[in-house]
Design a protein around this ligand. Structure first.
Ligand code: COA
Length: 466
């Protein structure tokens, strides 16, 4: 089970300054942030000074015993999730982003760099800014040799998410935030070093994630070198071994961009935020977030959907009718399982990310012919009705995972245990950019008050008999 891979790639221990290189007359990400931060700091200072005691909501017992659902108790600048409309990134819906954010040269889909720029600065980047960021990420993308050795020493039977989390945690060896903290940096500088760590981590994630894939599923075959002229996901696809498949690369670009952020309260983003609030560096904060993402109710759902769809396909054979899918749905529910890919903690309508991925499928004849994709469509036509009749879930509509893994499967990326790793590469965009804002705004250590059931009952009694 343990294996070694000969390291043929360059070593890189140095952490160059963020945005050290620039195209002529193009603002860097850091310069853009330096421009937008003061106004946000002023807004925050104003809210804190004038409204700290203003009541903006109630805490109900259901919030306390129900996983804090619906409790508005966290600041998150990058995106806001409306239960019916879905996600907006700094006010832009997914279709807005598809119209406005730059794509890769020769591509049509949003790329990670343009989404990263938007999430971090609230501004739509120009083509030149996007290309400059792509180059910066490519230049910083090589893994240090010690990380390669660490990953290569792991048993291939270890879940890819565990490997990813370990690799990300170990990258903190190079954390500039931690190094500067030890030197006694000023609080006002926290965000700058957080930014540097976050950019370095985002840059290195594709090589780390691809190395895990190659080790686990491709006998440790060598990865191609990072192409400095390619975008982050273009390089990721190349390193995975799928670079020649333009459609898959485009799909990965779209999926990774629109899946990058989904408010702050989801388990992975919230974990990164919580851990980083202790001033742990971004690497170990995001490593913890990946552990949250690895749960079946969160990031593992895409692999669960595919497992479920394939089992249904096997059982139904050629009889893929609405009636048979309905029966299979009921069988799943009656055996006490959830229908994977349906329901959501906040959404109460079909997830616009699901819709965007379906629209992608609609433009590709081969995807329209795929039995797995056809099954996703047919399931969508009956599952909401069955779930409504079942009457438990507050949201009978599909979420992004109802389709995400099935498209990867069609394109030959069939190792579904790996799908959450791709999600992990994506979620870094939102979770990490918001660490920069948390430090820029000086958000404190997160520390909610917990209570016992006895205390809760006393509070209930007092509230009923004031
Ligand atoms: C996403 C999810 C975890 C949200 O959970 P939640 O916020 O507790 O959802 P609800 O408030 O609607 O849950 C109420 C009840 O409906 C059930 N329910 C929710 N989604 C369901 C589904 N897809 N199939 C069957 N039952 C479901 C819950 O298990 C819960 O049952 P309980 O009262 O016996 O505990 C849940 O919908 C789920 O498990 N979905 C399937 C997994 C999935 O697709 N995850 C990816 C999310 S992006």
């Amino acid at each position: 089970m343990f294996r070694r891979v000969h390291n043929l790639r360059p070593r890189c221990f140095a952490t160059a300054n963020v945005s050290a290189r620039r195209l002529a007359s193009t603002k860097t990400l850091k310069e853009t942030l330096q421009e937008v931060i003061p106004a946000k700091q002023e807004q925050f200072k104003n809210i804190k000074a004038k409204h700290s005691q203003t009541v903006v909501g109630d805490v109900k017992v259901e919030n306390i015993i129900g996983g804090m659902r619906g409790l508005k108790a966290m600041l998150w600048e990058a995106s806001v999730l409306d239960p019916y409309e879905g996600i907006r990134f700094h006010g832009l819906s997914i279709p807005d982003c598809q119209k406005q954010l730059p794509a890769a040269p020769g591509g049509k889909e949003i790329i990670a760099e343009s989404m990263l720029w938007l999430l971090l600065t609230g501004k739509v980047p120009t083509e030149a800014e996007t290309r400059q960021l792509s180059r910066e990420l490519a230049e910083k993308g090589d893994l240090p040799a010690y990380i390669e050795h660490l990953i290569d020493s792991l048993p291939t039977s270890l879940h890819p998410m565990t490997q990813l989390s370990m690799g990300v945690a170990a990258l903190n060896h190079d954390s500039v935030f931690q190094a500067q903290y030890e030197k006694g940096m000023k609080k006002s500088e926290y965000w700058e070093y957080t930014l540097e760590d976050c950019i370095n981590l985002i840059a290195r994630l594709p090589a780390l994630a691809a190395r895990i894939y190659r080790n686990v599923y491709r006998s440790g075959s060598d990865l191609p070198a990072i192409n400095k002229d390619l975008d982050l996901v273009g390089n990721y696809s190349n390193m995975l071994g799928y670079g020649a498949n333009h459609d898959l690369t485009e799909y990965l670009r779209l999926y990774i961009s629109i899946h990058g952020d989904h408010e702050g309260g989801n388990a992975s983003a919230h974990t990164a935020h919580l851990v980083n609030s202790t001033l742990s560096d971004p690497y170990i904060s995001y490593s913890a977030a990946l552990c949250a993402l690895a749960g079946p109710l969160h990031g593992l759902a895409n692999q669960e959907v595919l497992r479920w769809q394939l089992a249904m396909q096997k059982e139904l054979g050629d009889n893929i009718t609405h009636e048979n899918i309905k029966d299979y749905l009921w069988k799943t529910l009656k055996s006490g399982q959830v229908v994977p890919g349906y329901g959501h903690g906040v959404l109460r309508k079909s997830d616009p990310r699901f819709i965007a991925l379906q629209e992608f499928c609609d433009t590709r004849p081969d995807l329209l012919q795929s039995p797995t994709i056809q099954m996703v469509k047919k399931t969508f036509e009956v599952a909401p009705g069955v779930l409504m009749e079942h009457g438990k879930t507050k949201n009978p509509w599909p979420n992004v995972d109802a389709t995400s893994g099935c498209v990867l499967y069609h394109y030959g990326l069939t190792e579904f245990k790996y799908y959450t790793v791709i999600f992990g590469v994506s979620r870094a965009l939102g979770a990490l950019t918001q660490l920069v804002w948390a430090r820029a705004l000086g958000l404190p250590l997160e520390r909610p008050k917990s209570i016992s059931m006895d205390v809760l009952e006393k509070l209930i009694t007092t509230s009923q008999n004031p």
